[in-house]
Each structure stands twice: as structure tokens, then as C-alpha cells.
Design a binder for this molecule. Structure first.
Ligand SMILES: [Zn+2]
Length: 590
């Protein structure tokens, strides 16, 4: 099997695009009539009819939106794609205007000329559509945190003219940075872009790695007072709004939006912190491998070597299929469905967008996968990851379009699982000790970056939000960061004092506070499930399948509880670290 281009006609044929557009346009006009009929005392059947109509319109819009979006992803110069995309955008605006009053009404808000939907009737009506009940209740619960219309407008304006301007200014300062790169014994040069300076962290030359960090932190140090003013403003604004909306803590704003409870997140952070020793052991091992007494923070991402094996596409597909089949035939069959129906766009071209993704259009349409396959080991992992997303969607295709997608905490379950199954298969089949060492070392370095580092960023944010509200100086905040990373590395890594300025460099803490735990949460959750599968064997497979099939139709905590897992329990999270620990142990024996 060579390069494949996906067949997008399964979404809607280009010849039928206009007709579908017209139908949907007319349906959107019908919302006005439907809105008339909505009232708290309507029958369950009337409500079910409304949801069916609404879901159908959403499906049509998804088809209309995804056809040009996927055309464009595969060929960014496709002018027809751009034309259709703009056309659909108009329709989407009309749609959100038409739906707006209905969704406000469903949330229990005052809407002109309407009797408010009270809690009892909301409960009665939502229960009539079991698949959508959670989604409706959730959005009604979210409504609890919204303010009256006038205050909401002020909030929007305040964000646009206030805090967003501050973060823009901060980014402008950063973009103007010129990094003075002076590696000892090497050539001095001025580097203007962030990606280039970052790439030196992976250099094989220790002097270059060190020089890259020095050049970076020199800029942040010079501007640290400005970065501090910006961060302080973001934190104050975030907490002002959190209080105004009635959230219980700074992080609760993020947790509620992420469909997770505060307790599960604090357990997660605690368990991550308790397991820091695994990564410290890895860094000690790495120092030995590099012939160093001790690793410095500059050497953290230094390469130990490279896995050079190439995988042609056909071989990769076969490998992924075999590993999936070792887990479950249904899992592998779902992936095959995507392959057989020609829903993968496999190889890069000059006009194709980069990266990889999986897109689900509607429950009845098999998902689409975009890759930029070049035959590297990493590409095979990506194939398993994206097919995993597609498999997840297919397991959940009995749900409606609004609940097929898993909620954020569970969204990476099948994708990470797919990668994990593949990784373990490749590892078990690799005989060469050096390649094995490479594979494991890369895996541990990746786990450190997605699991541990993110965890400590969030820990810092929690402390920083508290301290800034009480009043704190820049030097104290920078010290807090330095203490945080020293706790993280213990005696395994030497941390230079210049890393005190590192907090100013992390974009997430300023643009999307508390976002970082989403990375370790999703990853660890899937790993913990995989660990349970390894422990319990085949009997655990149907439980994972049940989790996947639930999609986003229930609270993630409930989805896990259905198969006997408590997301708030430290034991559950610990499982994922046992897995990482086993990799680290194996690495040490090589
Ligand atoms: Zn993913």
C-alpha cells in the first residue's frame, strides 16, 4: 500500500453540496417557529422532537463545514475549499444567532417573551433524552456561573480591552527578542526566532545547549519586571472574575470547564509529586550514560542516540493492526474500517498542512485521519495515536453528534492507549539492546515532559495565584519558581540560578491559566487504564470498550465509575506510575 488520499465524498459529494446548504439554510429559519413552541410545560415528546430536529441541523452543518475544511487541510491552495468555507461561515453565524435564545432558555435564563424554564421541568424534559441529558444538565450547571446580560457584556469588553491587550503586549516584547548565542569555543550569532533557539536544547554539543539557555534567559532577565507586571495583571483579573462568577478557587474555573472535580485534580497533583523519584532515577541514569557525574538542567533533553529504523507505510499499517489486534479484535476492526474506506490522507505534499489529526464528522460517517507520514518511528506512533482517536469515535457512534466526542479528561483515552499498545509491541520485538535503550529513554523523556513538568507548572500556578493576590514582589515569585524546579529534580539535576526566570517564558500560564494539567491528566488516565489492562488481562478489555462507547454522554467520573474505577483515588493514578517505573527499571538493566 502506497500513499493514500482520502475520499471526502462520504461526507457530501461536491455536486450535492449546494442542495444540502439550501436545506440547512431553510432549517435554520425554522428555529424561530420552534422557539415559539418551547415552554416549561411542554410534553416530553415535544422536547424529544425538538432535540431530533436540532441534532439533524448540527449534523448538516458539520458535513458542510468539514468538507471544505478537510479539502483545505490536504491542499491549502485549494480555492474551491476556501470559497465553500466562507460560504459555510455565513451559515454558521446565522445558526448561532438562531440558537442563542433557545440555549439561554434551556439554561434557565430570562429570555424576552418566555416563561423561564424552572429546575423541575428542566429535569423532566432533559430526562426524556437520556443520551443528551448530561450535556443539557452540564450546560445548565455552567449557567450557574454566568452573570446577567449587562455584566456579561462588561466582562467581554473588559477582556477584549484589558487583559488581552496586556498579554498581547507581553507577546510583542517577547517576539522582539534577539538571542545572543555564544557557545564556548563555537561561533557567536544572533538568533531571532524562538524555535531555533529552542532546538539547541537537543544539540549533541554541551556548549551549544548551555549557550541556548543563557541567550534565552538573558532576554527574560532584562525584561523580567515587565513580564511580572503582565503576569500579575492576568492573575488578578482571573481571580476577580472567578470570585464574581462564584467559583470556589482559582483552579476551579478550569476544572469546571474541563468536566473534572477539584478533588480528582488535587489527588492527581499529589500522586504526580510523590512519584517524582522515578524521573530523578532516569536523570541519574542519563548522567551515567553521558559519562557525567551529574546532569545539569542544560542537559535534560540531550540526545543519547537515535532510532534509525525506517518503516514504510504498508509496514506501519500492518504493525499497528497487529498490535491493536493483540488488544482487541473490535478495536483493530474499527481502525481497519478507517483504512479500508479510504479515510486516511497519508503523505506530505507541498501544499498540505503539517502535523496530524483525526476528525469526526457525524456518528454515521467513518472518521477521517490526516497524517504527514515520512517513515520515522515517531510517524508510526502518530498513526497509532490518530487511528486511536478514530476508533474511539467509532465505539461511540451510537451516541448523537453532541455526545459522540468524549469530554476532555477522556478524549485521549483511545489515542494514548493505541500508542502504548504499539510501543510495548515494538519494544518486545526489538532484540538490539541499543535500540531498546533508545526507545525506552525517549519514552521516559517524553513522559517527563508531558507528565511531570506539566504537573509542577500547575503546582507553581496554584501557589503563584495565592501569593500574587496577597501581594508579592518579582524576586519572590522567581524564587518560588526556582524552588519549585529544585523540588522537582531533587539531587538528580544541577539547576543553574538563571532558571529562576523560566516562569516568564511559559506561555500557558499567562494565556490559559491552569491548562497544563490537561496534558498529564489525559496521558496518565490512559496509562492507568493500560496498566490495569496489563494487570487484569483480557477481562479488562470490555471495560475499556465501555468507557470508549460512552463518548461524552456522561460525566467522565461516572463513565469510569461504571466500570469500577474511582477517578478521585490515588491508587488508580498510581497504576500509571508503576508502568513508567517498569520502563525505567528495564532501561537500567540494558
Ligand atoms: Zn490526541
Amino acid at each position: 500500500m502506497n500513499n493514500t488520499n482520502w475520499n471526502l465524498d462520504d461526507i457530501v459529494k461536491l455536486d450535492d453540496f449546494e442542495t444540502l446548504y439550501k436545506i440547512t439554510e431553510k432549517q435554520i429559519l425554522d428555529y424561530a417557529n420552534i422557539f415559539e413552541k418551547l415552554n416549561p410545560n411542554m410534553t416530553e415528546q415535544e422536547f424529544v422532537d425538538y432535540t431530533k430536529f436540532h441534532e439533524e441541523v448540527v449534523e448538516n452543518l458539520h458535513k458542510l463545514g468539514s468538507r471544505p475544511a478537510l479539502m483545505e487541510a490536504a491542499d491549502q491552495k485549494d480555492s474551491l475549499a476556501l470559497k465553500l468555507k466562507n460560504q459555510v461561515k455565513d451559515l454558521e453565524i446565522k445558526f448561532s444567532e438562531a440558537v442563542q435564545p433557545i440555549s439561554l432558555w434551556l439554561k434557565g435564563k430570562e429570555v424576552q417573551g418566555k416563561e423561564v424554564l424552572d429546575d423541575d421541568n428542566a429535569k423532566r424534559l432533559f430526562a426524556s433524552t437520556p443520551d443528551l441529558e448530561y450535556v443539557y444538565n452540564y450546560s445548565r450547571m455552567m449557567g450557574k456561573y454566568s452573570l446577567d446580560e449587562k455584566s456579561e457584556n462588561i466582562m467581554t469588553a473588559k477582556d477584549a480591552n484589558g487583559v488581552r491587550v496586556i498579554t498581547d503586549l507581553r507577546d510583542m516584547i517577547e517576539t522582539e527578542f534577539e538571542y545572543d548565542f555564544k557557545p564556548e569555543g563555537g561561533e557567536r550569532k544572533i538568533i531571532k526566532n524562538n524555535a531555533e533557539i529552542s532546538s539547541y536544547a537537543y544539540s549533541t554539543n554541551p556548549a551549544e545547549r548551555k549557550a541556548a539557555f543563557e541567550a534565552r534567559f538573558e532576554q527574560y532577565e532584562k525584561n523580567i519586571d515587565k513580564f511580572f507586571v503582565a503576569y500579575q495583571a492576568v492573575v488578578r483579573d482571573w481571580n476577580y472574575e472567578a470570585k464574581a462568577r462564584g467559583f470556589e478557587s482559582s483552579i476551579a474555573v478550569r476544572n469546571v470547564a474541563n468536566h473534572v472535580d477539584d478533588n480528582s485534580i488535587s489527588t492527581l497533583i499529589e500522586v504526580c509529586s510523590n512519584n517524582i523519584g522515578i524521573f530523578q532515577d532516569y536523570f541519574k541514569f542519563k548522567a551515567k550514560e553521558m559519562g557525567l557525574q551529574k546532569l545539569t538542567r542544560f542537559d535534560l533533553y540531550a540526545p543519547l542516540g537515535e532510532v534509525n529504523e525506517e518503516y514504510d507505510y504498508e509496514k506501519a499499517i500492518k504493525l499497528v493492526d497487529e498490535s491493536f489486534r493483540g488488544f482487541s479484535n473490535a478495536f483493530a476492526d474499527n481502525a481497519q474500517k478507517i483504512i479500508q474506506e479510504n479515510h486516511i490522507d497519508s503523505h506530505p505534499t507541498d501544499t498540505k498542512r503539517g502535523g496530524a489529526f483525526c476528525m469526526t464528522v457525524t456518528p454515521v460517517i467513518t472518521p477521517y485521519v490526516l497524517l504527514n507520514y515520512t517513515g520515522k518511528m515517531r510517524d508510526v506512533s502518530t498513526l497509532a495515536h490518530e487511528l486511536g482517536h478514530g476508533v474511539h469515535s467509532l465505539y461511540a457512534n451510537k451516541n448523537s453528534i453532541s455526545t459522540q466526542h468524549a469530554t476532555l479528561p477522556l478524549a485521549e483515552t483511545a489515542s494514548t492507549l493505541g500508542e502504548m499498545i504499539l510501543f510495548e509491541k515494538i519494544l518486545s520485538e526489538t532484540k538490539d539492546a541499543n535500540t531498546k535503550k533508545q526507545l525506552l529513554s525517549d519514552k521516559l523523556a517524553d513522559s517527563y515532559a508531558t507528565v511531570c513538568r506539566q504537573n509542577f507548572i500547575v503546582k507553581f500556578e496554584i501557589a503563584a495565584h495565592e501569593a500574587i493576590q496577597k501581594g508579592i514582589e518579582e524576586s519572590e515569585l522567581s524564587q518560588m519558581w526556582l524552588d519549585n524546579i529544585k523540588e522537582q529534580f531533587g539531587d538528580s539535576v544541577e539547576v543553574d540560578g538563571m532558571f529562576r526566570y523560566e516562569w516568564a517564558y511559559i506561555p500557558h500560564i499567562i494565556h490559559t491559566p491552569f491548562y497544563c494539567y490537561a496534558y498529564n491528566f489525559g496521558e496518565l488516565l490512559s496509562m492507568a487504564l493500560f496498566a490495569k489492562y496489563k494487570q487484569e488481562g483480557e477481562s479488562f478489555v470490555p471495560k475499556i470498550e465501555a468507557i470508549l462507547a460512552a463518548g461524552g454522554s456522561q460525566d467522565p467520573k461516572q463513565v469510569l465509575a461504571n466500570v469500577g474505577i474511582d477517578m478521585g483515588s490515588a491508587d488508580f493514578w498510581q497504576g500509571s506510575f508503576e508502568l513508567i517505573k517498569a520502563w525505567q527499571k528495564e532501561l537500567e538493566t540494558l
